[in-house]
Write a new protein. Structure first.
Lengths: 138, 150
């Protein structure tokens, strides 16, 4: 069924599995981002980090999971993300979001969501997603 | 201001094909099990008629190089990402992609003078229709700045 949100509606928060090295290796391979601070302990230490850190774009993709279930009806039209914290191996993140606005456009109904990725109470990434629901059937 | 002479410079466009296997591996890497990314039959019956590419997939494209611009290989921080689509990208799409250094500015931060570089990455259809525009804000810390002698 075509989703419909009211301003203030929250998306179901999701808890991601603890970050493991294989996730970063797979993301590096799939994205082509082999920056060693995401993969190799010594490189992270050289950069002054306590350990390897997740790719920022993997955090964006994780927030994008919030909309995956609605792709039959629409798509992510805009996505903006700011990175505010580093994510390390073993970290457990929660991603969530809230509808902040809705606008009728020629293409369909465009929802504005505020989204976040958090570790405990700390926000490691946050942003805005414009999700467009097509106007046609249903 | 860092790399001032390159502001407005852009790469030569590079042709990219969105391949099924690359999308499947990417969806798996971001732990997104949506069949619209991986199951051809489901995708065929969907409104899109073809497999979809995830919203952050443009990360994987080759955008070419801005001639002469050599960024430090380590220490850059990804501060912000923005993307805007005209339509979703589909497996089988061919795009012309390029990158431009759109802005460079400095800001005083707690840890010293920070440099900000805004790279705009775009994808157009072969017919010249803009499909997406993505901006990456890259932060250059004072330590990295000293390393490049700026």
């Amino acid at each position: 069924m075509k989703p419909r949100w009211e301003v203030g509606d929250e998306l179901d928060e999701r808890t991601l599995p603890p970050l493991d090295r294989m996730r970063l290796i797979k993301y590096a391979g799939a994205s082509g981002d082999f920056n060693p601070i995401h993969l190799i302990d010594e490189a992270a230490a050289e950069a002054g980090l306590p350990g390897i850190i997740a790719h920022g774009m993997l955090m964006v993709a994780s927030m994008g999971l919030l909309f995956s279930g609605y792709l039959e009806h629409g798509y992510v039209k805009t996505f903006r993300s700011r990175f505010s914290g580093m994510v390390f191996l073993g970290d457990v993140l929660r991603v969530g979001g809230r509808a902040g606005g809705v606008e009728e456009t020629d293409e369909g109904r465009l929802y504005a969501f505020e989204v976040y990725a958090r570790r405990g109470e700390e926000t490691v990434a946050s942003g805005e997603v414009g999700f467009l629901i097509y106007e046609d059937h249903g | 201001m860092l790399y001032a002479e390159f502001v407005g410079a852009s790469s030569e466009p590079v042709r990219n094909l969105i391949e099924r296997g690359a999308v499947r591996r990417f969806a798996e890497a971001i732990a997104d099990p949506n069949p619209l990314y991986a199951d051809g039959e489901v995708a065929e019956k969907s409104r899109y008629g073809r497999l979809l590419a995830p919203p952050t997939f443009p990360r994987t494209f080759d955008y070419g190089r801005i001639e002469g611009l050599e960024l430090p290989s380590a220490g850059l921080i990804h501060g912000e990402f923005r993307i805007s689509y005209e339509r979703p990208l589909l497996v089988g799409d061919e795009l012309l992609c390029r990158v431009e250094l759109k802005e460079s500015y400095d800001k005083q931060g707690r840890g010293g003078l920070l440099g900000f570089l805004v790279f705009e990455r775009t994808g157009e259809s072969l017919g010249g229709e803009r499909l997406f525009t993505a901006d990456d804000v890259v932060v250059v810390t004072e330590a990295v700045r000293r390393g490049i002698g700026a």
